[in-house]
Design a protein around this ligand. Structure first.
Ligand code: C2E
Ligand code: MG
Ligand code: MG
Ligand code: MG
Length: 274
């Protein structure tokens, strides 16, 4: 038996790999079925002015209502969706819901939607989005896209073209998870970006042991935003102390559990009353 120990270990390993492969295949089949059904829903989370908590917009966040596994978060299936190329179809389902909602809401608030880098750089992304907005009779000024720096740097000329096309029709872009990528002043000024979303890791770090580092990062981001003449949104604000700290560092807007959880009920997109 001693001789075959290695092989047995291999067999155990193979079995685990096989199970993992089956699980992924399963989920992928489920994904295809959910795309054709109504498994994907948009949840909306408010974005507020830190001063007075006035709602200025909402971020649409993808949820998968899985028949057996319950409500799934993006972390549980986006990677799979990207690998299989299915995430783009799922994204369009979500954009359609968000745009439909905008078309029927009389308020003035905006909805932002997340776009994965590869999707953003697909040739027809801007055209297709603009067509969808037009067909729904929605106001393009009330839709925003959220992209990460990766989407900008991979193919700069293309990203520029995409952002300019969208902006010329009223669709603004905000830079998501800012501070976790390259965050280089040297390229950022070239892109028409409406605002920077400060990654939640820095907001969380504003209180507690990592405070000096997080404060330094947020200061740097605020300085950058100031130079660019744009504003910032602090992500993942969970406590009153974080809200106050962010405001004192010059951040104008915030999003997080403190102001509201992502929820399915379509919000009334109240306009910012000054
Ligand atoms: P994100 O765009 O940075 O979205 C913010 C995430 O932070 C959301 O997670 C939200 O639920 C969570 N969050 C909000 N407030 C708080 C808070 O106070 N504390 C903490 N700990 N978390 C908070 P979610 O919904 O799980 O989404 C994760 C990521 O998945 C998103 O990060 C985004 O990159 C991606 N994603 C979401 N929806 C879509 C979509 O429709 N299409 C694509 N391509 N990606 C999406
Ligand atoms: Mg986002
Ligand atoms: Mg984010
Ligand atoms: Mg994030």
């Amino acid at each position: 038996r001693a001789k075959s120990t290695g092989r047995d270990r291999c067999a155990v390993f193979d079995e685990a790999m096989r199970e993992e492969a089956m699980r992924i295949l399963d989920l992928e089949a489920d994904l295809r079925r959910a795309i054709n059904g109504d498994g994907f829903v948009a949840f909306y989370q408010p974005i507020v002015r830190l001063d007075d908590r006035k709602v200025i917009g909402h971020e649409a966040l993808l949820r998968w209502r899985h028949e057996r596994r319950g409500l799934l978060l993006p972390a549980e299936f986006i990677g799979l969706g990207e690998d299989s190329g299915l995430i783009e179809e799922v994204d369009w389902l979500l954009y359609a819901q968000a745009i439909e909602h905008l078309a029927h809401d009389k308020g003035g608030g905006y909805i932002s939607v997340n776009v994965s880098p590869r999707h953003f750089l697909a040739n027809d992304f801007a055209d297709r989005l603009l067509r969808m907005i037009d067909r729904a009779g929605a106001d393009p000024h009330r839709l925003r896209i959220e992209i990460t720096e990766v989407a900008l740097l991979d193919d700069v000329p293309r990203a520029l073209r995409m952002l300019r096309t969208l902006r010329s029709h009223g669709v603004l872009a905000q830079l998501d998870d800012f501070g976790t990528g390259f965050s280089a002043l040297s390229y950022l000024h070239r892109f028409p970006i409406e605002c920077l979303k400060i990654d939640q890791s820095f907001v969380a770090g504003l209180i507690g042991e990592t405070q000096p580092e997080s404060v330094a990062v947020v200061r740097a981001i605020q300085a950058l935003a100031g130079t660019l003449g744009i504003h910032t949104i602090g992500e993942g604000v969970e406590t009153e102390a974080q809200r106050i700290a962010l405001r004192e560092l010059g951040c104008t807007y915030g999003q997080g559990f403190l102001f509201g959880q992502p929820a399915e009920v379509a919000p009334k997109l109240v306009a910012l009353t000054r």
